[in-house]
Design a protein around this ligand. Structure first.
Ligand code: B3K
Ligand code: ZN
Length: 871
């Protein structure tokens, strides 16, 4: 298996001034003609990437090349001798209908569409498929008019017409030079929902959303989200849209969430379509986030792109931060930040501690598709967020302005991004850049001491970072630690360090740059309670020994909403870990009274935002608890969490019931932050109540289900019944299926609810479901909702001691290895974590990895994951 290294980067020896692409679209035989204009900029042969292409002809300056004038293998076409300037015309034939990998040109639901990032363009034509080769595209699509009335590509439509053989054509021109990964085309029978947006400078932009006609009534939220994203990017980052038209197409077979192709985004339909009866509040928020994310890429990714794929986080980390800021601004709440951190800690931290750990800017890869990871995306966003924290909002904005203007139209590196931040701030961020190059989650431990006589308070911070593959020893990181010291009433004290003349506010950012560093605050009247790492100001594990009482105090008083939530989570975590110990010792578990009292106070706090109460009442995820066990015991974690949920429900039944009833929607259904927060809290209460299993509690869920209101409430009620194994669940599932069997996205929920039920019969049920006619292994959403949900979101069942869960996952990885390697490699992730489990599970997991590794035609995607996880 060949490995690509960052250190081997060399610029491409040619420049392409423009390319004309011509597609004669046929499902099984699409004829592609690519005519391009070339200039040499350095010595070397002309090497073009190409895979699974049937080569028809190559013409150089109009002359057909003979077979002895080029070499062709499974990966590339090489022409040894070319002049310094020339035109090249290449004709190829491809088979979109047979393309189950969904990379390149493929057919979804009878329509043609493309996915080129990272390296799909080489499955369309021979071309230097790398992001630093940018050119201007003119694309003509020709297809049967009756079947494919809509013909789209990047940029503006410059010509269209009919031919007399029942086919028609459209030509699109994109004036912005772009890398081929941003190329896109769509041909199909789609409805267009049109709107427009007037930019800050007064230009009118047409907004077109293309969906199946059946889905026309589910586009309003996506369109409104797009307009909000366009306005927000103007105001927050000074970024205006640049073409006259912005198009989004929804397709149902898609490997990821969406794709930011220039002027023609292609979306997984689950991030476009929403109506109150089919989509949950979480779906609404995710749609707005993804629409924003792809839109923001127009600047962070498209106008300024990546030099090579090692720089992926340049566009992804930054754009994730941008979408996080957008969501936080739209909802105006701390909840999105809490959700970001939950995701990071439950999934990115384990990735960063496992065999596939890699830096935000990796040094090498075998298959780039394996590097669209939580580390590159979410940790990458944390890294840019830390720059924001260190520089402050004004300088950060100056930095992004400089970055965009300096590099507009270029393909650059993460170093260029940080350089812009250095140039506007005059700060040396050399050490900070280690965040891009060193993998692993740093640990920061804190010692505190108060000197009552001197009135000084000292924090001693120590950082370490565990070894990761290929990186035994780490150098200290530059860690911004946002903090405050709270007095007995919870009010932040003025903060003055011993070497400072005056106090600097009640909150400040300490910069930890050494392995160990001491910060002494003076004039501290009494021993404070520290509130550290506010807003989760760095992606680290913080070890600070607070007493249960201090945690309870912060839970009720911290002025930082995030830390207030965090204190509750730490307390809950402690309680859960103690319960696990109790179980181990064979003793009967008991409900921790202090925690129970804190739970009651939070539930009764009517001054607090219901959304934050809901977050506070939600116990840490089983995956996060696992982070604190030397050997992960999924059964013990589940039992402890389940015990705690039931005990809390039993202890606070009346209060939960009162809250549930009080929060019932009085007025019409709304999708604003306040209404979503109320639904969230109400459904958290319902979840606790149904856990008790009594007829009255189950009756609430059944009634909520039968009221058949919005999908948030329906899904919550169905989940509560199914996950608690209530006797009503099979009837409820049947009714849901009957009602929604024609709505793929809703049916995905039906599958996922069953696949995530933490019950003994779940695997057998999942096996029945994969055998049913509703299952389709070629549809990634369906695979994720069943196989993915079971193996990544149901730890207690997936890790069943007999290894049946592992074998089940491996069966599907093997099957998907041939059909869709990207999805296969992604599904595999839970097995790669084998080292965290006991010896028996380790052996079972390894056996499945070995079985997959022994497949005869192993894809590069799967091979890399298996090889690295067994290393
Ligand atoms: N840039 C795409 C991801 C492409 C993944 C290719 N395997 C979506 C996004 O991050 O916006
Ligand atoms: Zn992205």
């Amino acid at each position: 298996m060949s490995t690509i290294y960052l250190k081997d980067y060399t610029p491409y020896p040619f420049r392409i001034t423009k390319i004309d692409l011509h597609f004669e679209l046929e499902e099984t035989r699409t004829h592609v003609t690519a005519r391009s204009h070339w200039q040499r900029v350095a010595a070397g042969p002309l090497r073009l990437d190409g895979q699974e292409l049937e080569l028809i002809a190559i013409r150089l300056d109009g002359r057909v090349l003979g077979a002895d004038e080029y070499t062709l293998d499974a990966e590339a076409l090489t022409i040894a001798q070319v002049p310094d300037r020339f035109t090249l015309e290449i004709e190829t034939i491809i088979n979109p209908a047979a393309n189950t990998a969904l990379e390149g040109l493929y057919v979804s639901g009878g329509n043609f569409c493309t996915q080129c990032e990272a390296e799909g363009f080489r499955k369309i034509t021979f071309f230097p498929d790398r992001p630093d080769v940018m050119t201007v595209y003119t694309t003509t699509l020709v297809a049967e008019q009756a079947k494919y009335p809509v013909l789209l590509s990047n940029g503006n439509r410059v010509a269209e017409g009919r031919r007399d053989d029942g086919r028609h054509y459209a030509t699109w021109h994109d004036p912005f030079p772009k890398p081929c990964y941003l190329f896109a085309l769509v041909a199909g029978d789609l409805d267009c929902v049109a709107d427009s947006f007037t930019t800050l400078s007064g230009r009118e932009v047409a907004l077109h959303l293309y969906v199946r006609s059946h889905d026309r009534d589910k586009t309003a939220h996506a369109m409104a989200s797009l307009k909000r994203a366009m306005a927000w990017d103007e105001q927050a980052y000074g970024r205006e849209y640049d073409l006259d038209i912005y198009m989004i197409v929804a397709v149902s077979d898609f490997n990821m969430g969406a794709m930011e192709n220039k002027g023609l985004n292609i979306f997984n339909s689950r991030y476009v379509l929403a109506s109150p009866d089919t989509a949950t509040d979480a779906d609404y928020v995710a749609i707005e986030g993804v629409i924003g994310h792809e839109y923001f890429h127009n600047w962070s990714g498209n106008r300024v792109t990546c030099r090579d794929w090692f720089q992926l986080s340049l566009k992804e980390g930054f754009t994730v931060l941008r979408d996080q800021q957008f969501t936080a601004a739209m909802l105006d709440s701390a909840v999105p930040r809490i959700d970001d951190v939950r995701l990071l800690r439950a999934h990115q931290f384990p990735e960063d501690a496992g065999p596939l750990a890699h830096p935000v800017r990796p040094q090498s890869y075998q298959e780039i598709n394996n590097f669209y990871t939580l580390t590159v995306y979410e940790k990458g966003a944390e890294v840019v967020r830390m720059l924001h924290t260190l520089l402050g909002p004004e300088l950060f904005r100056k930095g992004t302005d400089l970055y965009f203007s300096r590099h507009d139209g270029q393909a650059v590196t993460t170093d260029d991004f940080v350089q812009a931040m250095m140039d506007v701030s005059g700060r040396d961020l050399t050490q900070f850049k280690r965040w891009y190059d060193q993998a692993g989650t740093p640990h920061v431990s804190v010692q505190r001491s108060y000197d009552a006589q001197q009135k000084t308070y000292t924090l001693t911070l120590r950082q370490t970072c565990p070894p990761t593959p290929g990186q035994e020893h780490k150098l200290p990181f530059h860690i911004p630690l946002r903090m405050a010291l709270l007095d007995g009433r919870g009010i932040p004290l003025p903060l003055r360090l011993s070497d400072e003349a005056a106090a600097v506010g009640g909150e400040r950012v300490l910069e930890l740059t050494q392995e160990e560093q001491r910060f002494t605050f003076v004039d501290v009247p009494g021993e404070p309670v520290p509130s550290l790492l506010r807003g989760f100001s760095a992606p680290v594990k913080l070890a600070l020994e607070l007493s249960d009482d201090e945690l309870a105090f912060l839970m009720g008083h911290d002025t930082d909403s995030f830390n207030r939530w965090e204190a509750g989570q730490q307390l809950a975590l402690r309680v859960l870990l103690r319960l696990i110990e109790t179980q181990r010792a064979g003793a009967a578990p008991v409900l921790d009274t202090a925690f129970s009292a804190a739970f009651a106070r939070t539930l009764a706090d009517t001054a607090l935002d219901p959304a934050l109460i809901a977050e506070a009442l939600t116990l840490p995820a089983e995956e996060y608890v696992a982070e604190f066990m030397a050997v992960v015991d999924p059964q013990a974690i589940h039992q402890a969490r389940q015990f705690l949920r039931r005990a809390l429900a039993a202890a606070h039944r009346p209060a939960l019931l009162t809250a549930y009833q009080r929060l019932a929607d009085a007025g019409p259904y709304q999708i604003d932050a306040a209404a979503m927060g109320r639904r969230r809290l109400r459904n958290v209460c319902l979840g606790y109540l149904v856990e008790l299993g009594d007829a009255e509690a189950r009756g609430l869920a059944v009634a909520q289900l039968q009221a058949d209101g919005n999908m948030t409430d329906v899904q919550a009620a169905l989940t509560a019944l199914v996950h608690s194994g209530a006797p009503e669940c099979s009837e409820a599932l049947g009714a849901f299926h009957a009602r929604w069997r024609e709505e793929a996205l809703v049916l995905d929920k039906w599958f996922a609810i069953q696949a995530t039920a933490p019950l003994p019969g779940t695997l057998a049920q999942v096996q029945r479901l994969v055998a049913s006619s509703d299952f389709n292994i070629k549809n990634p959403n369906r695979v994720r909702s069943l196989v993915g949900a079971f193996s990544a979101r149901n730890p207690v069942c997936f890790h069943a001691a007999d290894g049946a869960g592992y074998a089940f996952l491996a069966d599907y990885v093997c099957e998907l290895n041939a059909l869709n390697p990207q999805i296969a490699a992604r599904l595999l992730a839970p097995l790669t974590q084998w080292k965290r489990y006991d010896a028996a599970r380790q052996a079972l997991m390894r056996a499945q990895l070995q079985r997959i590794g022994a497949l005869p035609a192993l894809s590069r995607d799967v091979a890399e994951v298996v090889e690295k996880s067994l290393a």
